[in-house]
Design a protein around this ligand. Structure first.
Ligand SMILES: Nc1ncnc2c1ncn2[C@@H]1O[C@H](COP(=O)(O)OP(=O)(O)OP(=O)(O)O)[C@@H](O)[C@H]1O
Length: 258
């Protein structure tokens, strides 16, 4: 079976006035079709850079990234992103921003309005349809970005701390929705987060990265039963064990003692 994402010996460097930064060093990773992979690691370890290389937005110094067997050289079709800083159109309303996702999807134009209304309901932005992004909080903008991504329904979701600006309850709710959609459609997801519990609750695998240069130090298979209810997992001993191990890896990667 062809991997959805196949990364071989990837290195990425950034050059600036203060010298060259080795952001990623000889990293190899394979993501199967339909797999949900979470990436955790200390700040600055190259998680966002890795997503950007997969998305064809940053060039590799060496190594190769393939999506569906094809080398990535520019943003590939069928890939949806959700970046840390939202990329909403400032001149378009909430509804119009979500509609952009529909336009990228295979949905018939006659169904756009219904889908936009469903997604606004899903991300709890009823009453804000006609607002512009500048009039929304960071968490609300993140929910619009999520709705736009869900409207697109790409084959591959690249999500960079998608729930980082949300309050705890909304974050749990959005995680549950993402799981529900993923479980019904089985698209591939690469999901960067700083939240270990979120990573273990959602993903099939949790990849732990070390700080500069970014490398993979652990690759955990999360065999917790599905469908999962993120909140109910909090009392599960296997869930706690996995979170504890990843916590220890991260502490070690950051050079901290527990
Ligand atoms: N465009 C760029 N130019 C120069 N250096 C960069 C650029 N983008 C990233 N870097 C550097 O590459 C390294 C990895 O950055 P990256 O944003 O990928 O880390 P991260 O793990 O996503 O961090 P965080 O968890 O804080 O979001 C950092 O040292 C960063 O300073």
């Amino acid at each position: 079976m062809t991997a959805k994402i196949d990364i071989r010996q990837l290195s990425v460097q950034f050059s600036g006035s203060s010298g060259t930064v080795n952001a990623i060093d000889r990293l190899s990773l394979s993501v199967a079709p339909g797999e949900f992979v979470a990436i955790v690691g200390p700040s600055g370890c190259g998680k966002s850079t890795l997503l950007r290389v997969i998305a064809g937005l940053v060039e590799a110094a060496s190594g190769q990234v393939r999506i569906d067997g094809e080398p990535v050289s520019e943003p590939p079709p069928g890939v949806g992103f959700m970046f840390q800083r939202d990329t909403l159109l400032p001149w378009a309303t909430v509804a119009a921003n979500i509609r952009v996702g529909c336009e990228l999807s295979t949905l018939a134009p006659a169904d756009y309005a219904r889908r936009v209304a469903e997604l606004i309901e899903l991300v709890k932005l009823n009453g804000f349809e006609a607002h512009y992004p500048g009039a929304l909080s960071g968490g609300m903008r993140q929910r619009v970005s999520l709705a736009r991504l869900l409207a697109y329904e790409p084959e591959l979701y690249l999500m960079d701390e998608p729930f980082g600006a949300l309050d705890y309850q909304t974050k749990i709710m959005m995680g549950r929705e993402l799981l529900r959609i993923w479980e019904s459609r089985k698209r591939s997801i690469v999901f960067v987060t700083h939240d270990i519990e979120e990573a273990v609750a959602l993903a099939d695998r949790v990849i732990v990265m070390s700080p500069r240069p970014g490398r993979i130090v652990q690759d955990y298979r999360i065999d917790l039963p599905r469908p999962r209810e993120p909140r109910a997992l909090r009392g599960n001993p296997e869930f706690s064990r996995l979170c504890g191990m990843i916590w220890a890896d991260l502490a070690q990667a950051s050079g901290e003692t527990l």
